[in-house]
Design a protein around this ligand. Structure first.
Ligand code: PLP
Length: 419
């Protein structure tokens, strides 16, 4: 066991996300010409890079701000001016009754989830064990291994609604969703990675009620959400109250390198989160908040999200949809209704090979996607559907995406014909 502790082995060992990232990385290193539709990297939008560069120049030109960027540890909760700027935006734009005391900064939202999940789930003082309930599987793969203890998640199977035009949509199956005493928090990503689903306002209201009735928080992962980066193509009302923890990220705005996450919660939860963040990170990085303050101050965060990012990804989704129609024709495929984020979730009913085998064959053909079975974290039961889906990222140029989709269709056709 290499002298590693139990936790050391769990975190340093073969976790699903580590294997998957390694596999994608190696494939790409060996064949740089691969069509990369596997990751969660946002598109390169040079217009945005220019705006970020301009804001950074303004920070560098200001002696006081430059010193804060380079030379000062911020408080573990985040710099007060930045927290106030976030609170102001949430007050004014979404009418959320929050102040700086309801907001904390983290080094990327991934690390915020590490803190939050371990705060609310795991072994309790009385010896009992609590888990995080994912009310709708499939869900974000990155949650899978963040538990300090094993087996931190339990997920519920969705209701599948088959729509016209080869589309379908997952719904929370409230009849199946039993929130027992062993649940410490409920968590959903909205929009959802990997499906592009956006839980309806009604579903969120019901989850909120359920969480309140059980005295546990509802965590909403807004990495792709409102008001930024606003990668939502359907109607959805943003939700927050003092029993909700909303987590935002700067990554999908086009700043994954800045590693900035933002947690919005009750003052009590923020205080507890800040203490955990002190232990894990001491303080968060200053790059994201430095640029962020400028983006908030002149309202450009909203302009960027509403006028550049949302239309960009909506257009990308539409042209990818067109490519799917062209290439898949009458194959027995279904596409999850693309309502947000940057992923297509394809479902091949009765596919004679597993999604893992399909992933391997596609890799041979020079197309990298992610096999669907990875995303059913916390759902242990046998269910053929888990092996019939693929996640396809459409953040590359439309030509590259169309080429990739055409190769996927060829391999899927072949697989059905073999049966
Ligand atoms: N949540 C979701 C749904 C994601 O897709 C990602 C990244 O892909 C994250 C959280 C973590 O992002 P970051 O740590 O860059 O904020």
């Amino acid at each position: 066991n290499n002298g590693l502790s139990r936790l050391g082995q769990k975190m340093a060992g073969d976790s699903g996300i580590v294997n998957l990232m390694d596999d994608l990385g190696q494939a790409l290193a060996l064949r740089p010409d691969m069509i990369f539709m596997g990751g969660g990297n946002p598109s390169r939008i040079t217009e945005l890079e220019d705006i970020f560069a301009e804001k950074l120049q303004a920070v560098l030109a200001d002696e006081r701000e430059r010193h804060k960027l380079f030379g000062i540890y911020q408080s573990p909760q985040g710099e007060l001016e930045f927290l106030e700027a976030v609170a102001k935006l949430l007050n004014e734009e979404l009418s959320w009754p929050v102040s700086a005391k309801n907001i904390a900064v983290s080094n990327g939202s991934q690390s915020a989830f590490f803190n939050l999940f371990n705060m609310f789930a795991g072994r309790q003082n009385d010896g009992s064990y609590k888990k995080i309930q994912l009310p709708l599987a499939p869900e974000y793969l990155g949650y899978a291994d963040v538990g300090v203890e094993d087996d931190l998640f339990v997920a519920a199977k969705p209701r599948i609604e088959e729509l016209d035009d080869h589309l379908f949509k997952y719904r929370v199956d409230f009849e199946e969703l039993n929130i027992g005493e062993d649940i410490g928090a409920i968590c959903v990503s909205r929009p959802t990675n990997p499906t592009g689903n956006v839980l309806t306002d009604g579903e969120i209201a019901k989850l909120d009620q359920l969480a309140r009735s059980k005295g546990i928080p509802l965590i909403i992962d807004g990495a792709y959400g409102i008001p930024f980066p606003n990668m939502i193509f359907s109607e959805a009302r943003p939700h927050w109250n003092d029993n909700t923890i909303v987590v935002f990220s700067f990554s999908k705005l086009g700043l994954p390198g800045a590693r900035t996450g933002i947690v919005v919660a009750s003052e009590e939860v923020i205080q507890a989160f800040t203490n955990t963040n002190t232990i894990v990170s001491l303080a968060s990085g200053t790059l994201g908040p430095s640029i962020g303050k400028q983006l908030f101050a002149d309202g450009s965060i909203l302009r960027i999200s509403n006028d550049i990012i949302r239309p960009y990804y909506q257009q990308a989704a539409e042209s990818a949809c067109e490519a799917v129609k062209q290439s898949f024709g009458e194959l027995p495929y279904r596409l999850h209704k693309p309502e947000g984020a940057m992923f297509f979730w394809l479902w091949f009913k009765g596919l004679p090979i597993s999604s893992e085998e399909l992933y391997q064959r596609l890799k041979q053909r020079g197309v990298l996607v992610v096999a669907g079975h990875h995303f059913f974290v916390g759902l242990d039961e046998d269910w053929a559907h888990k092996d019939e889906c693929l996640r396809v990222t459409y953040s590359q140029s439309p030509e590259v995406v169309a080429k990739g989709i055409d190769i996927i269709a060829q391999e899927v056709r072949k697989a059905y014909q073999e049966a």
